[in-house]
Write a protein that binds this ligand. Structure first.
Ligand SMILES: [Zn+2]
Ligand SMILES: [Zn+2]
Length: 131
């Protein structure tokens, strides 16, 4: 394993490692439950702050619509997601979709940090319950 570009504290390392083990795009609460099995004394606030830090360093991203509970993804490379608007589950789409880009004249002075592509629908388990 190559050493990380950033010095990560043990807590941050464990949080990132746990996040990398799953593709379920867990919420901070879910990451907290996973990390607590390794660091029982960690607090939810610490987990939350470290998740924000990992995102600020480009090691993880936040997914999902603004205003809802944030979900985290240890794959910071742009990739499309599909979200169930009923249960809120977010999954990776395994198809190469062209991520839209803006020409420099259209960024309205924003320094772009990313672009998310999210498909929305009803997942099979929610669809099954409603029939
Ligand atoms: Zn669902
Ligand atoms: Zn993802």
């Amino acid at each position: 394993m190559t050493p990380p570009k950033y010095r990560l504290s043990k807590q941050r390392k464990v949080i990132l490692e746990e996040l990398m083990k799953v593709t379920s795009h867990p919420t901070a609460d879910e990451v907290y439950d996973m990390v607590r099995t390794i660091i029982p004394r960690i607090s939810l606030g610490t987990v939350y702050r470290n998740l924000e830090f990992l995102c600020s360093q480009g090691l993880a991203i936040k997914v999902g619509p603004a205003g809802s509970q944030k979900r985290f993804d240890a794959n910071p490379n742009p990739h499309p997601h599909i979200r169930c608007e009923h249960c809120g589950k977010v999954e990776d789409v395994h198809e190469d979709v062209v991520i839209p880009s803006l020409s420099p004249g259209s960024t309205m002075g924003y320094e772009l940090t990313g672009c998310s592509v999210e498909f929305v629908g009803i997942c099979p388990s929610c669809a099954a319950v409603n029939h």
